[in-house]
Design a protein around this ligand. Structure first.
Ligand code: BMA
Length: 305
């Protein structure tokens, strides 16, 4: 591919910052799931206050850029397995429900847990879905694959997929992508938000870091029927920390996405900057589909060689 795909930052970033008015979100607001529903954009963001416990707040917008927050968090730790916090929500709409996969953090470690909602405000717990293992970065696919639910998850240092008939029991675990030693994502990778369905494949944004521990975002296109078949994975990252609020914050040099939305002609990718604020960047559908063209060119070059 001649010009690598890159995300263009919105000039008005950051779009959400900690609020000194609400103690529970006075320290950091970051790593949000974002969903469009009936013309409104809902941002479900991870928030930390002085107690450093992660809770999930909700902010609503008509344009996806300017948000009004609810005063109280919509999801807070209640179970033993969430004692230290509920982190990094990723939300998928499927069959009339919004499903949230999140990291439940407690003295036993990090577990992938699930909750569901009809309206994005009231949530009911479904429990831990990947028991007995430290895991995170889970995201549910927005469609079933060959009749089964599918989700990304992360067994260090790789990005994995698993399948389920009932959303509660997950089997058939397989690696989707691994770090690429020597590149920006050479040490550890994990899913961004749920992948976007396109005719050419699952458009997948993910995070990764290399030896310098700079968290960047990358992009790949995965086969619709078997996402472990990587049709294209761009060598270059699509976004790396460069703005001051990406380089300096609670954890320096981090851009970390838990999801985005698709519009008629573009994708809006939301991300946390330095584990401290929320921001958004965009890429047009045309630019994103250059990945599909590049994957076909790779195949053609391979056949000719
Ligand atoms: C990961 C997660 C994210 C965080 C990132 C960078 O392990 O904890 O929530 O944004 O590290 O600190």
């Amino acid at each position: 591919m001649s010009t690598p795909l890159t995300l263009k930052r919105y000039r008005g970033n950051p779009i959400l910052m900690p609020s000194l008015i609400n103690e529970w979100e006075s320290d950091n607001v970051f790593n949000a799931a974002v969903v469009e529903r009936d013309g409104l954009v809902y941002m479900l963001y991870r928030a930390q206050g002085l107690d450093r416990v992660s809770r999930i707040g909700c902010a609503v917008s008509t344009d996806g850029l300017h948000f009004n927050r609810l005063k109280e968090p919509v999801f807070v730790p209640e179970e033993d397995y969430e004692e230290y916090g509920v982190e990094d929500p990723r939300v998928t709409y499927l069959d009339g429900w919004y499903y949230m996969l999140y990291t439940a953090f407690s003295p036993i470690g990090t577990r992938v847990a699930m909750a569901r909602s009809r309206n994005l405000i009231g949530w009911e717990r479904m429990g831990i879905v990947l028991p007995d293992e430290n895991n995170k970065d889970a995201a549910l696919f927005p469609r079933k694959i060959k009749g089964r639910y599918a989700m990304f998850h992360r067994r260090k240092p790789d990005m994995w997929i698993a399948y389920s008939d009932d959303l509660l029991h997950w089997t058939d675990h397989q690696i989707v992508m691994s770090p690429r030693p020597g590149l920006w994502d050479g040490v550890r990778i994990g899913a961004g938000g749920p992948p976007f369905y396109t005719d050419a494949g699952w458009l997948t944004f993910y995070h990764g870091f290399g030896e310098a521990r700079i968290y960047c975002l990358g992009v790949a296109l995965l086969d619709l029927e078997d996402p472990t078949r990587v049709l294209k994975r761009q060598a270059e990252p699509v976004l790396c920390p460069r703005a001051p609020w990406e380089e300096v914050g609670d954890v320096p040099n981090v851009v970390f996405s838990c999801g985005g939305i698709e519009r008629e002609d573009e994708y809006l990718i939301y991300y946390g900057g330095a584990d401290h604020v929320m921001a958004v960047a965009r890429v047009t559908r045309g630019e994103a589909m250059a990945l599909a063209i590049a994957s076909k060119q790779d195949v053609a070059a391979f056949i000719e060689s």
